[in-house]
Ligand binder design. Structure first.
Ligand code: GLN
Length: 478
């Protein structure tokens, strides 16, 4: 099920030609965001008034101006850790419950310039820390295919909204899998771009050396279009490389002949459920049938990836989240007698359990005496993991792997067991540690089963290869 029955680019052309109206599309998206989106708790804010006003402005533009807008009139949802001017941006945390940013993130500016309409802000794990979307201050999000199940996290609201066809596309952020894993669980396509492809300006920082903003949509072609729009150069983020993605029709012809697909043996061993394994194997067969060759590759250090990721991500989070002190932004606890007392009461009451756990873990691994033993060691292992990928990608063009070890579990099932949740990130965190692009594409599953995504990874700046291979898998599915 998808919001549109054709690619977004065709719909934008209909709006440009006056065959569809931005207002009509926006009104439909708002209704489903409030209706179906409400049942799933996918949105923290639905922007009824401002979205309709914007849609009317677009409809009133002269045809020449509309023609310059590749997303003319397309309703889009934005994860609630990405700043939107005049619209609350909460990070699903009490500490930012009523924070209204005075500026737009670069990606939001780019979307608006391309003619998109922001219809709402989606729910997430608090500060994007989690893999199930159960750590949100605003309550858990539900899976659109089975509301008893988790949608995955942390961009669970974005994936759930797109999976339920409440909106055609959404933005998410991915620090260790938060775009790919919920996409896998909700039957959507989700891309984490190369680190530095998309500006992070205006995305509330979790772990700055790992965070990337990326698109979630119902098909691979829409992902390519969105990436080309949001990957604008940006001087305000010094890690933004200024390499705008050039989209091209040829990427979607399903032709993968001559491409070498690598399947890492470490990703198909112990711990992978049969449901996921049996969904990925036909994807590999489909690629072979279309002329690709499939080879085995090895990533010998990925067994350390979860430990490495949770040290580095927590360390960076503990530093980034220092700014939430009750002074500059959002919530401030009342009644404290001293400045220090105000800081600690604000943070104690403002942050949830998972965020506090990360801050404590991060502060510990950075503290003198432990820095060398943990943080420094993790930084070195990170380089080994990146080298593993570089080596593997010499003998193949694209890596095919699972996204998540198992299909989505029931809501509440991992309560009180953070380690179990951390381990579910085993196949996704490495791409962030290595800075390479990675995408989740739905596989063919038997009728009535929950969705399963295949993960594609490749060398930096080669998102074109992910779209090409993803498109071939997708055409075997639909
Ligand atoms: N699940 C991972 C974590 O909890 C990744 C989250 C993310 O990518 N934002 O840190």
């Amino acid at each position: 099920m998808a919001f549109f029955d054709k690619p977004m680019s065709d719909i934008a052309r209909d709006v440009q030609a006056g065959k569809a109206s931005a207002r009509g599309l926006c009104a439909r998206a708002l209704e489903s965001a409030e209706g179906r989106g409400g049942e799933l708790n996918a949105f923290i804010t639905v922007c009824g008034e401002s979205a309709l006003k914007r849609a009317d402005e677009l409809d009133a533009l002269p045809p020449d101006a509309k023609k310059k807008m590749p997303l003319c009139g397309i309703p889009i949802a934005v994860k609630d850790n990405i700043c939107t001017e005049g619209i609350k941006t909460t990070c699903a945390s009490r500490i930012l419950e009523s924070f209204v940013p005075p500026y737009n993130a670069t990606v939001v500016e780019a979307l608006l310039e391309a003619g998109a309409v922001v219809v709402g802000k989606t729910n997430l794990d608090e500060f994007a820390m989690g893999s199930s979307n159960e750590t949100s201050y605003f309550g858990p999000v539900r899976n659109p295919r089975d509301p008893r199940k988790i949608p995955g996290g942390s961009s669970g609201g974005s994936a759930s909204a797109v999976g339920a066809a409440a909106v055609p596309a959404a933005l998410g952020t991915d620090t260790g899998g938060s775009i790919r894993q919920p996409s896998s669980h909700c039957g959507t396509v989700g891309l984490k771009p190369t680190y530095g492809r998309v500006s992070r300006y205006g995305a509330v920082a979790f772990a700055s050396s790992l965070d990337q903003i990326g698109p979630i949509a119902s098909n691979v072609r829409d992902i390519g279009l969105l990436l080309s729009v949001i990957s604008v150069p940006d001087k305000r983020d010094s890690t933004c490389a200024g390499r705008q993605f050039a989209d091209s029709e040829d990427l979607y012809n399903g032709d993968v002949s001559g491409l070498r697909i690598g399947m890492p043996k470490e990703y198909f061993g112990e711990g992978l459920s049969n449901e996921v394994r049996s969904a990925i194997t036909p994807a590999a067969d489909e690629l072979k049938r279309r002329g690709a060759s499939v080879v085995e590759v090895s990533l010998s250090n990925v067994k350390y990836a979860v430990a490495t990721y949770y040290i580095i991500a927590a360390a960076e989070a503990s530093s980034n989240l220092l700014r939430f002190s009750g002074v500059g932004y959002g919530f401030r606890a009342s009644g404290a007698k001293t400045l220090d007392g105000m800081y600690s009461a604000t943070r104690a009451q403002g942050f949830g359990t998972e965020v506090k756990r990360r801050i404590m873990l991060g502060t510990y691994v950075l503290s003198s005496g432990y820095y060398d033993a943990y943080y420094m060691k993790a930084a070195k292992v990170r380089t080994l993991i990146a080298n593993d990928f570089e080596r593997a990608l010499e003998s193949c063009d694209v890596i095919l792997a699972p996204v998540s070890p198992s299909p989505p579990c029931n809501l509440g099932e991992s309560d009180g067991d953070p380690l179990r949740v951390y381990l579910s990130d085993i196949y996704t965190v490495s791409a962030n540690l290595a800075g390479i692009p990675a995408m989740s594409v739905p596989c063919k599953v038997s009728k009535g089963s929950l969705p399963v995504g295949a993960q594609l990874m490749t060398s930096k700046w080669r998102e074109d290869l992910l779209l090409k291979v993803g498109s071939a898998i997708e055409s075997g599915v639909f």
